[in-house]
Write a protein that binds this ligand. Structure first.
Ligand code: NDP
Ligand code: MG
Length: 390
């Protein structure tokens, strides 16, 4: 039996992973499940799969979790340290699906014990790509991308030589405001930004899709994961979300991956890799879809996207600043302290501030340095917001 753990089990990616596990009774031995505030769901899944341990990120919820697990053999634990310890328990396959930089440490712990890491948590590659990849290599652990675009690129590269890759093209749906008049974006509400035209995902990534901060993170994720240069990455708006990514080769050939917008494709691919198995996803009917369209993203509509190239070209620990600042502006937007269009402006200001701090971005990429820079970036973002967005 394959021993598996799922971090962020109660979220959108976590639920989809559990759906696949549930369809294969007896195939998986669940070691650890982690969640946040959804204690009821976490406990129900931990009981169903007889996990060794269930961990909530929040220490104040430990008693609730214990109560919900009473009478079962599942151990209850709480807090970031307990999540890290659970990730260090031997497992063959670990799903990293916590949202935000909180997913970094459990991912590092999982690769340290040699597990195959199925990586949905793009933030860990954005804020500490070099560190995560280096740690995985040192422990002979494999990382498989779960972000749909990166899974698509990975699949298009099977059997290919990276030195023959000319470019990588990542598609973007364009999000909730793709067709809005530009001057209305200023008024966009949290509820409006939280609905995605094609994908059913967690609230934070859905809002990041509307702003294209999500695509900016994915561009950086692609650079880190596939080791290409920033100038080799392109983004195309593709409203149907059927073509997930394309890879162009030196002879002009382009290979792409198509599929219905269902995360169980990418999760299942990572779960069964290097084999392919049956997956309960809708089969494509291109005749019914009729048209696939593509367009260049408008920088005036998606100012966040261009920041990805500033981050990659500056290098060093800039990704940690970008991600930390992005997480905070999203908190401030959700709390209605800033408007939708303010998010990219504040992140750009925080990036400029960090670049002006002598030596800050050029330290060696250790976990301590990443966490420190992340903390400073959040503080600076809060300061800019409190001072009133210019
Ligand atoms: P969700 O918000 O749906 O789920 C997040 C998970 O993390 C939940 O289990 C949540 O617990 C838990 N969590 C929240 N805060 C913390 C914390 N501080 N520490 C530890 N755990 C926490 O997110 P998604 O599933 O949408 O996304 C997860 C990751 O996958 C993100 O990095 C996202 O970018 C990436 N991703 C998601 C895709 C999707 O289709 N959803 C597609 C591609 C990538 P609880 O809910 O119990 O509070
Ligand atoms: Mg994606």
């Amino acid at each position: 039996m394959k021993k598996i753990s799922i971090f962020g089990a109660t979220g959108s990616i976590g639920r989809n992973t559990i759906d696949l596990i549930r369809r294969a009774p007896g195939a998986y031995d669940v070691v650890a499940l982690s969640g946040g505030r959804n204690i009821e769901q976490l406990a129900a899944d931990a009981r169903e799969f007889r996990a060794d341990v269930a961990v909530t990120a929040f220490p104040e919820l430990l008693e609730d979790l214990r109560a919900a697990l009473a009478g079962s053999d599942v151990e209850a634990a709480a807090g970031p340290q307990a999540i890290a310890e659970a990730a260090n328990r031997p497992a063959d396959w670990v799903m990293s699906a916590i949202v935000g930089a909180a997913g970094l440490v459990p991912g590092l712990e999982a690769v340290k014990q040699g597990a195959t890491l199925a990586l949905a948590n793009k933030e860990s590659l954005v804020c500490a790509g070099g560190l995560l990849l280096r740690t995985a290599k040192a422990h002979n652990a494999r990382i498989l991308p779960v972000d749909s675009e990166h899974s698509a690129i990975f699949q298009a590269l099977i059997g290919e030589d990276m030195s023959e890759v000319e470019r990588i093209i990542i598609t973007a749906s364009g999000g909730a405001f793709r067709d809005w008049p530009l001057d209305q974006l200023r008024e966009a509400t949290v509820a409006e930004a939280s609905s995605h035209p094609n994908w059913d995902m967690g609230q934070r990534i859905t809002i990041d899709s509307a702003s294209m901060f999500n695509k900016a993170l994915e561009v950086i994720e692609a650079k880190e994961f596939f080791g290409v240069s920033p100038s080799q990455i392109e983004v195309l708006v593709h409203p149907q979300s059927i073509v997930h990514a394309l890879v162009g080769f030196r002879d002009g050939a382009v290979m792409s991956h198509l599929g219905a917008p269902d995360m169980r494709h990418a999760i299942g691919f990572a779960l069964h890799w290097p084999e392919r198995r049956d997956l309960p996803v809708e089969r494509l009917d291109l005749a019914a879809i009729q048209q696939l369209s593509f367009a260049t993203p408008d920088p005036a509509r998606y100012p966040a996207l261009g920041l990805a190239w500033d981050v990659m070209n500056r290098g060093g620990l800039t990704g940690a600043v970008f991600n930390g600042a992005k997480e905070r502006v999203l908190d401030h937007f959700i709390a209605e302290r800033i408007g939708f269009v303010d998010m990219a402006r504040v992140v750009a200001q925080t990036l400029a501030w960090a670049d002006g701090q002598a030596g800050l971005l050029d330290q060696t990429m250790t976990l301590e340095a990443v966490l420190h820079v992340d903390h400073l970036a959040r503080q600076e973002t809060d300061r800019v917001v409190a001072a009133g967005v210019a």
